[in-house]
Design a binder for this molecule. Structure first.
Ligand code: CP
Length: 312
């Protein structure tokens, strides 16, 4: 595999899940494969899980991870073509990506959307600029429209926690105090579309995700109806796609409660705002898989890095 930028880079999700489970059972089996290889992790935005689990994955493969908070510590990077750089940006992505490629064998990038410019966000300017101007493989650690390491993690976690041939999985919007990106929701939708599950989405009117991603997945605007017979309830807030990047307010009654989800397993990518998105009684119950999900971030990242290292 050359790059991992999207869930669409997964050729066979079932075989990937099986391989991830093998890695989880014996995480140090491939400790030699990344020897003398360097992974550069570039963060334009905050992170706890992605930052630590991707470094842990690299270490389990014998790689040397190096990390930079680009927004705080690097020169301001210009992405525009032909820009007269007399403003706040001091270095063009053409030089930055070429230079980092000399220090690193693989580059992983986190760069969130603007949530103000739909066209720019959908163009994945930052991620695609690294793909275009770097000479080494690129891993998406959450971009404007996708979080494929999280989506792969979630697929692994669902597979590990069901005995059913075709479990029912619901992706439910939940309230939040801020306007949040669509990336986690998008990649979860794409991952579930590749799995043998009964998959539906629940969100209030005005919050339908990009129809080019949801395709023919059923969308309910009635949460209770969607939750009927659910085996897994995956929760995430996202801002409106139609009224791009807006938190439309209201809908506090979409908070996830124990009464609503019954015996279904609860999933969330974290971080999560307790008693805004989901009540304590859910997160503190046996039904919650959130800590297990966060653990699986390491093995999802390790699988992706292993596949890239095998093709270097
Ligand atoms: N789920 C996730 O990506 O967490 P971080 O933002 O902390 O990396």
């Amino acid at each position: 595999m050359k790059h991992y930028t999207s869930i669409n880079d997964i050729d066979n999700i079932n075989s990937w899940i099986e391989e991830a489970k093998e890695i989880k059972a014996n995480p140090l089996t491939n400790i030699e494969i990344g020897k003398n290889k360097t992974l550069g992790l570039l963060f334009f935005n905050s992170s706890l899980r992605t930052r630590l689990s991707t470094q842990k994955a690299a270490l389990n493969l014998g790689m040397n991870p190096i990390v930079m908070n680009v927004s705080g510590d690097a020169w301001g990077i210009e992405f525009g073509d032909g820009t007269v750089m007399n403003g706040n940006t001091a270095e063009h992505i053409k030089e930055a990506a070429a230079v980092v490629s000399q220090y690193c064998d693989v580059i992983a990038v986190r760069a969130f959307p603007t949530l103000t410019d739909k066209e720019k966000d959908n163009s994945e300017q930052v991620l695609n600029s690294f793909v275009q101007f770097a000479s080494v493989p690129i891993v998406n650690m959450e971009s404007a429209t996708g979080h494929p390491l999280q989506g792969l993690t979630d697929a692994i976690t669902i597979a590990e926690n069901t005995n059913k041939k075709k479990p029912k999985v619901v992706l439910s919007w939940a309230p939040h105090i801020k306007a949040l990106p669509h990336a986690v929701g998008n990649s979860f939708v794409q991952a579930m579309q590749k799995m043998d599950v009964e998959f539906v989405i629940a969100n209030p009117e005005g919050y339908d995700l990009n129809p080019e991603i949801t395709k023919d997945t059923p969308i309910y605007h009635n949460q209770a109806e969607a939750f009927k017979d659910a085996d897994f309830v995956y929760t995430k807030n996202w801002s409106s796609y139609e009224s791009y990047g807006q938190n439309l307010g209201g809908n506090e009654d979409w908070v996830i409660t124990k009464d609503k989800i019954g015996d279904a397993k609860f999933m969330h990518c974290l971080p999560v705002r307790r008693n805004v998105v989901v009540e304590d009684a859910v997160l503190d119950s046996e039904s919650s898989l959130v800590i297990e999900q966060a653990n699986n971030r390491t093995y999802a990242a390790q699988l992706v890095l292993k596949k890239i290292l095998e093709d270097l």
